[in-house]
Design a protein around this ligand. Structure first.
Ligand SMILES: [Zn+2]
Length: 65
């Protein structure tokens, strides 16, 4: 069965919010598996978002489902 995913079901990068239509990098952070679009975004997440926002840095749209 071929599954076409709706745009609303696609994950967004946990750092910049870009829609991940292809690829994406999974990283485990704060007990969740989060999608990122690039190594650069992972660095921004770790060095800026998490220290500033803690668990609130994680967007629900970026969690692996
Ligand atoms: Zn990104």
């Amino acid at each position: 069965m071929t599954v076409y995913r709706e745009v609303s079901e696609l994950p967004r990068c946990g750092s910049c919010g870009k829609l991940l239509t292809v690829g994406g990098i999974e990283q485990e952070r704060l007990g969740h598996v989060i999608w990122f679009c690039s190594d650069q975004c992972i660095r921004v997440f770790d060095s800026y978002k998490v220290p500033k926002y803690g668990a609130d840095a994680i967007w629900p749209e970026s969690l692996k489902r």
